[in-house]
Structure formats: structure tokens, C-alpha cells
Write a protein that binds this ligand. Structure first.
Ligand code: AMP
Ligand code: MG
Length: 602
């Protein structure tokens, strides 16, 4: 049996980034730019107005206000798309529209609302003069030439994934085409004597082929071009014919025929074309998987076609597609972030996983009160495609566990999140635990200082058994609480505190949403019973036993040496502890820990 990571590495090592092609910019959405784009123009091309108003000299407005207008002579008007014909001399102004070039001599624009224009108009007054009702600084409401894009600058770098805004930038630069990595053509073949097409009548022993459709839709979703080869029968001749048609593609994906019993035929056929391996992957669903590299037909663009043989069960094929085919397609497209966007969520059901494989459970994720929750979408049989249709995520239950209990934190791969959200940040939290007198508070202080020194934004979380010290009797906040308010917020120019009355001791999951997402690291002290990563501080003079059982701990900071396989860090070496936390929690959270963890390829 090989791990999900090993299968991933092997498959990806046989997949290459494809060559670039030049296309109209509107057809490039989601593709990777294969050229550096420099600007040959300034955008905007001239200083221009950001508002409808009056272009004037700022110094002419000195002392102007609601009750002390400064009157200027209006010498002309300029609209967007035309050039000013007059210049603004001292004591004059030119009426100007948004986007119109700033006339010579003017250095600011005062918007209509800050003039007496409306009053003049309603009084049918004289518009050859205007009253300015505010003092303008130089550059007010002026957009400088080249402030968006300056001529000669590198505007879009090779490797950038083109989104609507980049396509707009290309258009603003006057580019109608772009050089992008081309999309892979993915040949798709379903296999099985029991399959009939969607528009064919069903005999009792037959089922409609759904895998070709699911897989083709997935290929399109991730940026490939599907080429459906149809249904191959469980015979050497039929499979050979079909596979031959797929040899001009960039990749071939088959489904079915890899489980015990019927894989011999597929194996024989594939072996004719190149190398093929049948793997047992440590995952559920999706244990059997075939992977090979086939030789390409003469005249093809390249000599080899990677082949991925997915299991036939509809859910297995989709989940293995997500784990292996999706990153392969993204790599061919030149994308760097291959990990599936993932979050951490509280699972709402028990999930049993006793056979030591990584379980991908179909879940529906909801967000409530700033926290994600995942509930299992019903029967998890690998043939039950509707439970996939009800799911928006796959909860990843590690092979090392026997399952999870309702209330546990799990990683969930989000099925429908935009691909570039691969960089979504999760909030890393580590708790420092230890017996009293072990030095955990001192380590907390030192770690906070060390992480601040490294430039991180740190929040500290302390569980206080003996009441709240900020809740001083006699203070206003205390009096409001005494009067029965459910929560009291105290805000000052540099701090915010709040005291909320609770009816139970909050657990970490309830606290995290309150802490907020802006921190790089939460360092907690205590919370020994919670499931967050923990580091125990241990001193030999307090005994050889630990407060927590070693399996619960990420590391032990000790001044002795303990007989355990957990990482041990020297007591008193804050830098080593900070390095450990930074490497294992802070940096991993930068790209979402996923399967494979935050993987980036060159
Ligand atoms: P296999 O991997 O070929 O042994 O197939 C495993 C299960 O998946 C069998 O119940 C097949 O009928 C089913 N299956 C295989 N291919 C498809 C397909 N294209 N569409 C729907 N179900 C399929
Ligand atoms: Mg079959």
C-alpha cells in the first residue's frame, strides 16, 4: 500500500507544464501568463480630474469656507475625451468633468458640492463666476499621469493566473492577445460491459455511464479540455481501439477495470502501450488506482501520455480525480498552487475509520458565528453519488486515527472554492501546557517576544480560573455588569476589552471566532483538555511523568530527556521552541494545510 502523498508525487513527476500559445485575452481566463507584460503607455495618460467640479489653483482658495466663499471667474469647460483649450490663470477656474485632462495652470479640482453652483443655477444666476466653499490643497481630486501604470514598468509577471482584473489590465494596456500556457486535452474513457450511454434504454443488468460525464465536467472545471472517447468494453479489442484514439491527448483518464477481478484486461492493453503500475493507495474511497505512461502516436506533440486509471465506483473516481487528476491538470496549466483549498471545521457527526486508510468523508460545511461546521451527507458507500451531490467538502480523516468524534476539529477540502483560494489562511493555534512551576508562563512571555521580534502578529490566550482581573469592583464597566448587562465592552483609543457573562466555561472552538482572523499565531496557555496542538513544558524536578499523554502533544520542552517518540526541545531555548512552532504551525498555515500539505511545484 502506498500513501496518498507517494501516489501524488509519482503521478506529478510524470506530468510536465505544457507549452505556451498566443490567444485573444477574453479566451485566457484562468490560464497562466507565459510572458512578462510591460507597459508602453502611461495610465492615465495625463493628469485628470477624479470628480465633476472646477479646476483651479489651490492657492486661490485660501481661507475659503461655507460662509466665506472665494469667487473665481469661470473661463471655460472641459469634458472627458476632449483637451482643454484654455489655461487656468490666477483668479479663474474651468468647469471640469470626471476623467477630463487637467487644464494648464490648475493644480486642484473642487467638486460641485463644495461650490455655490447649485444655488446659482436655481437662482438662474450668473455662471460666469463660481463661489468656492472650501479650501483646497494641491492635488485635491487630481489623478496623476501614470499613477495607475507608468510607461516602461513591469505590470504583469510571467506565472500570473489571469483573472477578470488582469484581463482588464491587459485591455487597458491595449493588448488584444496574451501568451499563456495552453490548456491540456484530457482523453476520458469509461470501461465496463454493464455501461450504456445516457440516451440508451436500460436493460435490467445495465446502468447509465455517469463517470464520463463527471470526469469531463471536472476536467473543464479545472481548465482542461475534455475529449470523451466513449465506453470501452471489457475486452482487449474494444479497449485497444478506444485507447488508441486517446493517444494524441495530453493525458488519458480511464475509469473502472482497476479493481481485483477485471483489471487483467486493462493491464494487458495498457502494457502494450507503455508502462503501467497498479497501486493500492492508502485512502478510502479509492484504494485501487492505476498509473502509467503511454507512448504517443507518431506526429504527436510529445512522446508520452500519462494515464490515470481511476476506480469505477462513481464516488471513488471523483475523489481520486480530486486528489490526483486535478493537480496534474493544474501542473500542466503551469499553476503553482496545487493543494485543494481547505479549512478547519468542527465535525458534527462521529466518523469511524478503523482500517487505517485516509478517509475522505463527504460533508456539508456551513459557517455559523465565524466557525465552520461539517456534517456528513448521509450514506458513504462509494457508489452513492448523490451524497457527493449533497456535499460541498471532503473531510480528511487521517489514516493514523480510528476516526473522529462529533466536536473534533477536522481538515476539510472545499469542493467548490475558487482555485486561487488555495492561499486562504487558517489561524494557527498552539497551547503551552505544563504542571504548575514548570515555567510555562515564562515560556509564553519569551515566545510572545520572540514572535514579535520575527514580525508576526500574535494573540495570547489565557484561561483564568480565578475570575477576571479587569473586572474591578467600583469601575464603570463593573457597575454596568452589576446592573445586569450581558456583556460590557470597554473601548479606548488603543485597546478593546470586553467582559461577557457566561453560563459555561468556553472551549477553544467557541473562543477562536471571537479572537478574529487577523493574527498570524495564537499562543494559548492551558486548555489542556482541548484538541488544539499542545506543547508541554516539563522539568525533571517535578517528576518524570507528564501532565498530558505524549500522543496528545506536538512537542515537549524539557530540561531532562524523556523516553518518548515526541519531539523534545531543550528547556530554556526559546529560539528552538519558536523555530518548532514557526515551522510546524505558522508557515504551514500560510498555504492551507491540505493533502498534500501546501504542496508547491517548480
Ligand atoms: P470497476 O472498477 O470496473 O470494478 O467498477 C466498480 C463499480 O463502478 C461497478 O459497480 C461499476 O458498475 C461501477 N462503474 C464503473 N464504471 C462506471 C461508470 N462509467 N459509470 C457509472 N458506474 C460505473
Ligand atoms: Mg468494470
Amino acid at each position: 500500500m502506498i500513501s496518498v502523498e507517494e501516489a501524488f508525487e509519482k503521478i506529478l513527476s510524470h506530468v510536465e507544464v505544457l507549452e505556451p500559445e498566443r490567444k485573444p485575452i477574453l479566451n485566457c481566463l484562468g490560464q497562466v501568463l507565459a510572458e512578462d507584460v510591460y507597459s508602453t503607455i502611461d495610465i492615465p495618460p495625463l493628469d485628470n480630474s477624479a470628480m465633476d467640479g472646477y479646476a483651479l489653483r489651490a492657492e486661490d482658495t485660501r481661507g475659503a469656507g461655507e460662509t466665506s466663499p472665494r469667487y473665481l471667474a469661470v473661463v471655460g469647460e472641459v469634458a472627458a475625451g476632449s483637451m482643454p483649450t484654455k489655461e487656468v490663470r490666477p483668479g479663474t477656474a474651468i468647469r471640469i468633468m470626471t476623467g477630463a485632462p487637467l487644464p494648464e495652470g490648475a493644480d486642484a479640482v473642487v467638486r460641485f458640492e463644495d461650490t455655490d453652483e447649485v444655488n446659482r443655477k436655481s437662482a438662474r444666476g450668473d455662471l460666469s463666476q463660481i463661489g468656492i466653499l472650501c479650501q483646497a490643497k494641491k492635488e485635491l481630486n487630481v489623478r496623476g499621469r501614470g499613477e495607475d501604470i507608468a510607461k516602461g514598468n513591469l505590470i504583469l509577471k510571467k506565472g500570473k493566473v489571469l483573472r477578470p482584473q488582469e484581463i482588464g489590465v491587459l485591455a487597458s494596456l491595449g493588448r488584444s492577445t496574451a501568451l499563456v500556457i495552453r490548456r491540456p486535452i484530457v482523453a476520458i474513457l469509461a470501461t465496463g460491459d454493464e455501461l450504456v450511454g445516457v440516451d440508451q434504454p436500460l436493460a435490467p443488468s445495465k446502468i447509465h455511464d455517469s463517470n464520463n460525464y463527471t470526469i469531463a465536467a471536472e476536467v473543464s472545471r479545472y481548465g482542461g479540455i475534455p475529449k470523451i472517447l466513449g465506453i470501452g468494453r471489457d475486452s482487449v479489442q474494444s479497449l485497444t481501439e478506444k485507447i488508441d484514439e486517446g493517444l494524441d491527448a495530453d493525458m488519458l483518464i480511464t475509469s473502472g477495470g482497476v479493481s481485483k477481478g477485471d483489471y487483467d484486461i486493462v493491464k494487458d492493453v495498457l502494457a502494450e502501450h507503455g508502462e503501467v503500475g497498479f497501486w493500492t493507495v492508502c485512502m478510502k474511497p479509492g484504494k485501487p488506482l492505476a498509473f502509467g505512461v503511454m507512448k504517443k502516436v507518431e506526429g504527436g506533440r510529445k512522446g508520452k501520455v500519462p494515464h490515470l486509471g481511476l476506480p469505477g465506483n462513481p464516488v471513488s473516481s471523483m475523489i481520486t480525480f480530486e486528489q490526483f487528476a486535478r493537480p496534474a491538470i493544474l501542473k500542466m496549466l503551469g499553476k503553482k498552487i496545487l493543494a485543494k483549498p481547505a479549512i478547519r471545521a468542527i465535525i458534527e457527526d462521529d466518523v469511524v475509520d478503523t482500517d487505517g486508510r485516509r478517509l475522505f468523508a463527504r460533508v456539508n460545511v456551513t459557517k455559523r458565528g465565524g466557525q465552520y461546521y461539517a456534517s456528513v451527507t448521509g450514506p458513504q458507500g462509494s457508489g452513492i453519488l448523490t451524497s457527493m451531490a449533497r456535499a460541498n467538502g471532503l473531510a480528511v480523516i487521517p489514516e493514523s486515527s480510528k476516526g473522529v468524534k462529533a466536536g473534533d476539529m477536522v481538515e476539510v477540502q472545499m469542493l467548490d472554492w475558487g482555485e486561487e483560494q488555495g492561499e486562504v489562511k487558517t489561524l494557527p493555534i498552539v497551547s503551552i501546557v505544563g504542571k504548575s512551576q514548570s515555567g510555562k508562563t515564562m515560556l509564553m512571555e519569551q515566545l510572545i517576544a520572540e514572535f514579535k521580534r520575527r514580525g508576526y502578529k500574535v494573540a495570547a490566550l489565557k484561561h483564568s480560573h480565578g475570575g477576571m482581573e479587569i473586572d474591578h469592583p467600583g469601575k464603570d464597566s463593573w457597575r454596568f455588569a452589576q446592573a445586569g448587562s450581558d456583556a460590557v465592552f470597554v473601548s479606548s483609543p488603543d485597546k478593546l476589552a470586553f467582559i461577557k457573562n457566561l453560563n459555561h466555561d468556553l472551549n477553544i472552538e467557541e473562543i477562536m471566532p471571537i479572537v478574529g482572523p487577523e493574527f498570524d499565531l495564537i499562543l494559548a496557555e492551558g486548555f489542556r483538555k482541548s484538541k488544539i496542538p499542545k506543547i508541554e513544558v516539563h522539568r525533571k524536578e517535578l517528576g518524570d511523568d507528564l501532565l498530558c499523554s505524549p500522543e496528545e502533544l506536538s512537542a515537549i520542552v524539557t530540561d531532562g530527556s524523556l523516553d518518548t517518540d515526541r519531539a523534545q526541545l531543550p528547556w530554556g531555548d526559546t529560539v528552538a521552541v519558536a523555530d518548532f512552532i514557526e515551522k510546524n504551525f505558522v508557515l504551514k498555515a500560510r498555504t492551507v494545510p491540505s493533502t498534500p500539505r501546501g504542496k508547491k511545484v517548480k
